[in-house]
Write a protein that binds this ligand. Structure first.
Ligand SMILES: Nc1ncnc2c1ncn2[C@@H]1O[C@H](COP(=O)(O)OP(=O)(O)O)[C@@H](O)[C@H]1O
Ligand SMILES: [Mg+2]
Length: 241
């Protein structure tokens, strides 16, 4: 009973009339055959498992328009040259956010980082490939930590460097935004990601590195010195000499 009520609350909050229209359009454009059910309910978005018309699993991330913290989103959009035309209005900001996550995923994907493959975005809905086995999503690394954290540290720092060389900083890396897919780390949740021109990019990069090192230390890794890692990642960047 209670579960049904909860499900309905989520349903009403996420599937507003305008979001339903967006999903309908994505379906008639050939991206979504059907939606199976929720994978996750987050602060700003809900993620659903769906199928495309080839029968492949897809992840559908729906940003809630009414209950998302668009002031916080605005902070990471204002100053990003890719979105300088966006007006400070709730809907516009949420739509820009979904587009930003898609664009960031594209950069990371093309840089060879293991991330869900970006498929499309429309308004507040983002579609990407599903990370998991058939219909079972890969767990987050917080729930299933890596068996070989030393290996993961190297891998994740390599991801950060590859993104940085492609002009992107993720900005929200933690064990909550890394999926453990059969012991391979997949980076997710790119909405906050910024390009280097964004004023706080450097600070976000530092935070990402610090978060990874702190987490790895907790997992028992003898972590390298922060400044050394930071230099290694940013070397070759013209602005750092
Ligand atoms: N492509 C994906 N494949 C499988 N599961 C996913 C995918 N994207 C997100 N998820 C699941 O949804 C959760 C929330 O996604 P995330 O992008 O981190 O959004 P939030 O902004 O809510 O943190 C993740 O922790 C993960 O469990
Ligand atoms: Mg997340």
């Amino acid at each position: 009973m209670r579960k049904d009520k909860e499900k309905f609350r989520v349903f009403k909050e996420v599937f507003s009339e305008s979001t339903m229209r967006t999903i309908y359009k994505l379906s008639s454009d050939g991206y979504i055959d059907y939606i199976i059910g929720p994978i996750s309910t987050g602060k700003e978005a809900n993620v659903f498992l769906g199928k495309n018309f080839d029968g492949d699993s897809i992840a559908i991330k729906i940003y809630r328009i009414e209950t998302s913290n668009f002031n916080n989103m605005w902070k990471y959009i204002y100053g990003d040259p890719r979105f300088e035309k966006v007006k400070k209005r709730r809907r516009d900001i949420v739509f820009a956010w979904a587009k930003k996550e898609l664009k960031n995923l594209e950069i990371a994907f093309n840089a060879g980082v293991k991330v869900p493959e970006p498929i499309t975005s429309r308004n507040n809905v983002l579609i990407m490939s599903f990370i998991g086995d058939s219909e079972m999503p890969a767990p987050i690394a917080k729930e299933v930590p890596p068996k070989n954290p030393n290996e993961w540290l190297k891998e994740i720092l390599d991801y950060i460097k590859k993104m940085y060389n492609a002009n992107l900083v993720h900005g929200d890396i933690s064990e909550y935004n890394i999926l453990n897919f059969n012991e391979v780390p997949y980076l997710i949740d790119f909405g906050q990601g910024v390009i280097k021109e964004y004023p706080l990019a450097e600070e976000l990069l530092r935070n990402d590195i610090k978060n990874v090192l702190k987490w790895m230390k907790k997992l028992g890794v003898k972590t390298p010195d922060f400044e050394k890692v930071y230099k290694e990642i940013t070397k070759g960047d013209s602005r750092n000499g």
